[in-house]
Design a protein around this ligand. Structure first.
Ligand code: BTN
Length: 320
């Protein structure tokens, strides 16, 4: 085992207390500087390790127990790619699509060093999350992209409820919220067919905060983000993360294959966090207050301002 692995192992066995650098060094018979290097390297790999002066180090995140063979067995029609660490599963899935656009694939990572969010933002992706991209070969147009994203929200919401029993809500357009905080984000990207020049495959990227302790979120996300489980010690022994991923991918596949029916829209509306609420709309550098009144058949949000004027939004940032 390398020093990193032995340090990680020791921190895992002592999750409920701080270990000083000296204690780690003495226990493992390595120097203080080797301890420090190992901690830095583990942090680079996505482990969140709290370090408090005069108290020591404490590991906050966990390794999610996913197995490639199990996922492949649960999802026989998908080619499964599982990584401990990747920059972005969406980026990787798009490379796969450029090589074999006709093959459905699932790319999963337990840490992303460059997780991508909507609107060019980054997505916080430490160990303890589930980061997956589903590559679905299908011809589609830009208008359907919103429907695919909305279907993905329902697929994730239902998988979380089926496997974990938690009841999430959907914040238009594609965020899942648990008890008022974001627990899952979705980024859908199209892939252009080399010969056709048309969108020939879709990559649906889904990031679930699975067992990230609240203390591991950076300060700016503390009030707005949460996780299905508050750290690895809160995950019941019977919980199988492979089942959560597989059920999500199956739900998504099923909903996207009957997209024109829009059958998912009833759940999408029923579980909306916004409908009937006063919201603030941020769109094209404009901000206005309104009430979210409905979601139309294209999954656009209909809002009504204080003068009774209605707008149909296909994209906007909404705050509540
Ligand atoms: C958002 O909330 O802005 C969307 C976040 C989407 C994150 C997921 S994690 C898996 C996939 N790979 C990425 O780089 N992004 C998506």
């Amino acid at each position: 085992m390398t020093s990193e692995q032995t340090v990680l192992h020791l921190l895992e066995q002592n999750r409920n207390r701080y270990l000083s650098g000296q204690e780690v060094a003495n226990t493992l018979h390595i120097t203080r500087s080797a301890v420090w290097k190992a901690i830095e390297s583990l942090r680079d790999q996505g482990h969140v390790i709290e370090g408090i002066s005069r108290r020591g180090y404490r590991l906050l995140t966990a390794t999610t127990d996913l197995q490639k063979e199990r996922l492949a067995g649960l999802l026989p029609s998908f080619e499964v790619h599982l990584f401990d660490s990747l920059d972005s599963t969406n980026r990787y899935a798009k490379v796969l699509a450029s090589e074999h656009p006709e093959k459905p694939a699932l790319v999963v990572a337990t840490y992303q060093s460059g997780g991508r969010g909507r609107l060019g933002r980054s997505f916080f992706s430490p160990k303890g999350g589930l980061y997956l991209s589903v590559l679905l070969p299908m011809a589609f147009n830009l208008e359907s992209a919103q429907l695919i994203t909305s279907a993905a929200s329902v697929a994730a919401l239902e998988a979380i409820e089926q496997v974990g029993g938690m009841r999430c809500q959907i914040k238009w357009v594609n965020d899942l919220y648990l008890e008022g905080r974001k627990v899952c984000g979705i980024l859908t990207e199209g892939v252009l067919g080399v010969e056709s020049g048309r969108l020939s495959a879709v990559v649906v990227g889904i990031g679930i905060n699975f067992c990230i302790p609240q203390a591991a979120f950076p300060l700016e996300l503390q009030g707005t983000a949460t996780s299905l489980f508050d750290g690895p010690s809160s995950v019941p022994a019977s919980f199988d993360a492979n089942l959560l991923v597989a059920s999500l991918v199956e739900n998504l596949h099923a909903l996207v294959s009957k997209l024109p029916d829009r059958s998912f829209l009833s759940v999408y509306r029923e579980r909306s966090l916004l409908l009937g609420r006063k919201v603030t709309v941020h769109q094209d550098r404009q901000t206005f207050s309104a009430t979210a009144v409905s979601i139309d058949d294209e999954a656009h949000l209909v809002v009504q301002d204080d003068q009774g004027r209605q707008s149909v939004l296909s994209s906007a940032e909404i705050s509540i």
